[in-house]
Design a binder for this molecule. Structure first.
Ligand SMILES: [Zn+2]
Length: 324
């Protein structure tokens, strides 16, 4: 069976036709034009989905159901309550997509989608208690308890990106100050580097990478500058890793998970970044004799959203078929 997985992010709308094992067979993406408004974003999702479903037919990949992960809470009727990074509020996305695509549609928070990805096809298979953190434009989180995704009583839990880990120089768009995603997301990394540069710190690597136009700095640039040994870029990366470690230890204090999987765009920084996270996690732990969870990088890297959305479709589709 084949599923269409849609990853609606603050930077890109990515989608793919995925098989039951979580392998992406066809893929497409388009830039998320947040300024153009929700109607425009939705019509882009619809046209790209229709095209990919049709392309799949040429290979005999017949899509049975569609799953989508969104960067915000979704209620039980498939209404996106809000996505701050997209300026969305109260969007009945399931209803809209069902009418256009004429397939079963399942939409969940992107953190839950990432958890479904790792649980079904990734590094949390067979795990009792685990956590997935996706480091992208924001930070998404998924919590596995007793081998199942846990989202809380009102379905607004597992918002790990909005856990307070310190005091920051700018507010989070949720209205508070000090949220993890304002320290350790790709956006946070960029904001902090720009802050350092505006205060007079120098970075010859970044200067040459963006041809002297610092407004063009993006996350991958900062990572490669830091890997080259650029002091300013490295300072920013270390800061992101430090606060992420602090967040991880907070999660340990509450949940004591067996394994933590890190995915999303920033996980492409690889073992080099993971080593920093591990080092700070060791340092930040409470009671030095207590064990800490294994921390690993998702094999899906930034495809975690597409595969996760497809796994949401798979799980719900199978469950529905069993009910009927
Ligand atoms: Zn926040």
């Amino acid at each position: 069976m084949y599923y269409l997985g849609i990853d609606l992010g603050g930077t890109n709308i990515k989608m793919g036709i995925v098989n039951e094992k979580g392998e992406i067979l066809l893929k497409n993406q388009v830039y998320t034009n947040v300024e153009s408004g929700s109607d425009n974003i939705i019509s882009n999702i619809i046209s790209l989905s229709k095209k990919l479903i049709k392309d799949g037919e040429d290979y005999n990949y017949i899509v049975k159901a569609v799953g989508m992960g969104v960067p915000g809470p979704v209620d039980e009727n498939g209404v996106v309550i809000n996505c701050i990074n997209l300026n969305w509020s109260e969007i009945p996305i399931v209803q809209i997509l069902k009418k256009e695509l004429m397939l079963p549609i399942f939409v969940e928070n992107d953190g839950n989608a990432a958890a479904a990805c790792e649980l079904e096809a990734g590094l949390l298979r067979g795990i009792n208690t685990g956590i997935v953190l996706t480091l992208g434009t924001g930070i998404g989180g998924g919590i596995i308890i007793d081998g199942k995704s846990y989202t809380g009583f009102h379905k607004i839990g597992a918002e790990i990106g909005h856990m307070i880990v310190g005091e920051n120089f700018y507010n989070c768009n949720c209205g508070r100050n000090g949220c993890l995603e304002t320290f350790s997301s790709a956006n946070a990394l960029i904001k902090y580097v720009k802050e350092l540069l505006s205060k007079g710190e120098k970075s010859s690597s970044l200067y040459s990478m963006c041809n002297g136009d610092f407004s063009k700095i993006h996350g991958a640039m900062i990572i490669s500058a830091a890997k080259e040994g650029d002091k300013t870029a490295n300072k920013a990366v270390e800061r992101a890793a430090f606060y992420l470690a602090r967040g991880i230890i907070n999660l340990v204090a509450v949940l004591d998970p067996e394994k933590i999987v890190i995915g999303g765009g920033m996980s492409k920084a690889g073992e080099w970044y993971l080593d920093k996270i591990k080092k700070f996690t060791e340092e930040e732990r409470y009671f030095q004799e207590f064990p800490i969870p294994e921390i690993v990088i998702s094999n899906f890297k930034n495809n975690i959203g597409i595969v996760g959305a497809a796994m949401i479709a798979k799980l719900n589709y199978i469950e529905k078929a069993e009910e009927d």
